[in-house]
Design a binder for this molecule. Structure first.
Ligand SMILES: NC(=O)c1ccc[n+]([C@@H]2O[C@H](COP(=O)([O-])OP(=O)(O)OC[C@H]3O[C@@H](n4cnc5c(N)ncnc54)[C@H](O)[C@@H]3O)[C@@H](O)[C@H]2O)c1
Length: 359
């Protein structure tokens, strides 16, 4: 009887002590990974967040704990994940939460996951571009992707760490090297650009942002962010002044937040919201829902560039269809030229770093 009570107590508090997780998983009496569901909770997907204790990671973890499609939520970071896990685990929603701390626990954090969301890495400070982050973040993304290749090679990966235009190609190279690369499963998260575009366009049109849909294509840095205002739903027309204001505000939305936060970080709350909106779409796709379409930075044949953000249809195996750009007006075509210049100059700057990281 006493032994049974102790086991039950170990079971309900196990997630608070990540260092015990291996012991717990080795024991058939205590919590097994396969049974890791809240009592009475509906079966759902297993999701890991890597960088879960950060500015984005914490609200992202909270919002994913509220998502009814999630049955198991693994929170991994190199610092502070036990505290975040303890806090979030008290929420009375269906997903079971477990914490993992530091590199030795990366494998346990990833094993069996359906979806891995990566907001790990350093954010921008005023005066920095996203490219300035690459030296540090490329190494972090490489290590985490090696873990994914080993422990959950079939998982869908949502990559948030900046510069997305360069971290996604790094992740692709790591997966290729490991022999598990499936371009459909590697998705760069550009949803925040869409969320911002919907908000700013709704402001100009005097609409509820939930009714507005703005495709944002290209990449996720400055001039590589191309809102297609000619394809806004509901169909709308804008003056040239409105188009220039909106394009500039959407392209520089991230910098607006970095400057307002004055050295304490970049967008975290709106990013967590956008990441959850995108992750939820990926999970609905995995469930087999029809017509799940969102913008994402993926391997692409839409332009001559190897990776490009456009609308994609999300299904059981990730980005199952990559949509063409659709008709562009003259203004949007002129931005495409600026995009190419921005993309190539950033790619050249990143080349040496990429090569040294991937050695
Ligand atoms: N895609 C986008 O639209 C978008 C928007 C905003 C921010 N970002 C990017 O997201 C990243 C995170 O931003 P933030 O504000 O949360 O930063 P943050 O510094 O607050 O948090 C980052 C977290 O990553 C963790 N971390 C560092 N190295 C790690 C590793 N090897 N393994 C696991 N975790 C590790 C840190 O401990 C920290 O908790 C940055 O690169 C930022 O530029 C992307």
């Amino acid at each position: 009887m006493e032994q049974k009570t102790n086991q039950r107590i170990a079971k309900i508090s196990g997630h608070l002590y990540p260092s015990n997780s291996q012991i717990m998983e080795d024991s058939s009496e205590v919590m097994m990974r396969a049974n890791c569901r809240a009592k009475g909770g509906a079966p759902g997907f297993k999701v890991a967040i890597l960088g879960a204790a950060g500015g984005i990671g914490q609200p992202l973890a909270m919002l994913m704990k509220m998502n009814p499609l999630v049955s198991v939520l693994h929170l991994y970071d190199v610092v502070n994940s036990p505290g975040v896990t303890a806090d979030i685990s008290h929420m009375d929603t269906g997903a079971v939460v477990r914490g993992f701390l530091g590199q030795p626990q990366l494998e346990s954090a990833l094993t069996g996951m359906d979806l891995v969301i990566i907001p790990a890495g350093v954010p921008r400070k005023p005066g920095m571009t996203r490219d300035d982050l690459f030296k540090i973040n490329a190494g972090i993304v490489k290590t985490l992707c090696e873990g994914i290749a080993k422990s959950c090679p079939r998982a869908i990966v949502n990559l948030i760490s900046n510069p997305v235009n360069s971290t996604v190609p790094i992740a692709a190279e790591v997966f290729k090297k490991a022999g598990i690369y499936d371009p459909k499963r590697l998705l760069g998260v550009t949803m925040l650009d869409v969320v911002r575009a919907n908000t700013f366009v709704a402001e100009v049109l005097g609409l509820d942002p939930r009714e507005v849909d703005v495709p944002v294509v290209g990449g996720h840095a400055g001039v590589t962010i191309l809102p297609l205002l000619s394809q806004v739903k509901p169909p709308s027309s804008f003056t040239q002044q409105e188009i220039e204001y909106l394009t500039d505000r959407i392209q520089n939305g991230g910098t607006e937040v970095v400057e307002a936060k004055a050295g304490t970080g970049s967008a975290t709350l709106s990013m967590a919201y956008a990441a959850v909106k995108f992750a939820d779409a990926c999970l609905r796709g995995l469930r087999g829902d029809a017509n799940v379409v969102e913008c994402s930075f993926v391997s692409s044949q839409v332009t001559e560039l190897p990776f490009f953000a456009t609308k994609v249809r999300l299904g059981r195996s990730g980005a199952e269809e990559v949509f063409q750009l659709g008709p562009l007006n003259e203004y949007e075509r002129s931005w495409q030229k600026a995009f190419r210049r921005g993309y190539h100059s950033s790619r050249n700057k990143m080349k040496a770093v990429s090569e040294s990281v991937l050695m």
